[in-house]
Design a protein around this ligand. Structure first.
Ligand SMILES: NC(=O)c1ccc[n+]([C@@H]2O[C@H](COP(=O)([O-])OP(=O)(O)OC[C@H]3O[C@@H](n4cnc5c(N)ncnc54)[C@H](OP(=O)(O)O)[C@@H]3O)[C@@H](O)[C@H]2O)c1
Length: 253
């Protein structure tokens, strides 16, 4: 789909994208803005990238916000500032995340401290952001929360054991939240296999592309593919909640 041909389906809606400063999140910010949404671009260390992205977006009313995963006070502060400034959130995309590459049989390297850190940041941080923004999402009355999960959640195969566990937790939180907060808010996961970004330190883009070529669809998933899936969840999957959309080119078949 050519993004200049969009229907502006999200005109007048406000979207928050955590991890919006890079990779999949940045592509998602651009896709939501192309649909007319006003976007809050969440960043951690990439403030300059986030500001440059904001300046490149069509439309106005976009802003950037420091949304570190491990800082519940920052999540509450974001909710307060959004409540003062318009009052509702129509779309939340949970895209922030990080990992490190550890073979699953190397239990020395994935000690309990690191396990807890990765699990707490990726799953606990996502929970904390959803918790803080829930009053504003409910106020929308027709909101969608889309979490960028991973096939690692249900294959148990991924950059390390704690990362797989964190993504599985995000998947089950999606079920629980969907049951608890309908009909005002829908919850979905999009679950890619390897995406063509620098997300995993030490993993080359070439490795990702070769893996993609071996799938039934014959190519790697791009950040733009994931972004379109997220937008599709918000704009088209009107009666889907509490489920995941696997976008892996058939990798897990
Ligand atoms: N690439 C893949 O193969 C793949 C596959 C399946 C799922 N995913 C998921 O897709 C999401 C985005 O990954 P990506 O490929 O776009 O990677 P990326 O290019 O490395 O982007 C990661 C994003 O997360 C933010 N972030 C990192 N650590 C953070 C922290 N502690 N607190 C808050 N934000 C933090 C980064 O912010 P700053 O740059 O501002 O620091 C950046 O915006 C992740 O949740 C990942 O698990 C990726």
């Amino acid at each position: 789909m050519n993004q200049t041909d969009t229907r502006q389906a999200l005109r007048g809606k406000r979207a928050v994208v955590t991890g919006g400063s890079n990779g999949i999140g940045a592509a998602t910010v651009a896709a939501l803005a192309a649909e007319g949404a006003q976007v809050v671009i969440g960043y951690n260390q990439g403030q300059e990238r986030a500001e440059a992205l904001r300046a490149s977006l069509p439309g106005d009313g976009h802003r950037t916000a420091h949304i570190p995963l491990d800082d519940a006070a920052a999540h509450a502060g974001l909710a307060d500032s959004l409540a003062r400034d318009g009052g509702q959130v129509d779309v939340l995309v949970n895209c922030a995340g990080y990992t490190t590459r550890i073979p699953h049989n190397d239990l020395e390297r994935l000690d309990s401290r690191l396990f807890n850190e990765v699990l707490l940041a990726n799953a606990g941080g996502t929970y904390s952001i959803m918790r803080a923004l829930m009053p504003l999402l409910r106020k929308s009355g027709d909101a969608a929360v889309v979490s960028v999960s991973s096939v690692a959640a249900f294959t148990g195969s991924g950059s390390n054991i704690a990362y797989c566990a964190a993504k599985a937790a995000i998947d089950t939180m999606t079920l629980s939240f969907a049951r608890a907060f309908g009909p005002q808010v829908r919850f979905l996961c999009v679950s890619p296999a390897s995406v063509d970004t620098d997300f995993v330190p030490g993993r080359s883009r070439d490795d990702v592309r070769k893996k993609g070529e071996a799938t039934p669809l014959g190519r790697a998933v791009t950040p733009e593919d994931v972004a379109l899936a997220v937008v599709g969840c918000v704009t088209h999957l009107r009666t889907a909640t509490g489920t995941r959309i696997v976008i892996d080119g058939g990798f897990t078949l």
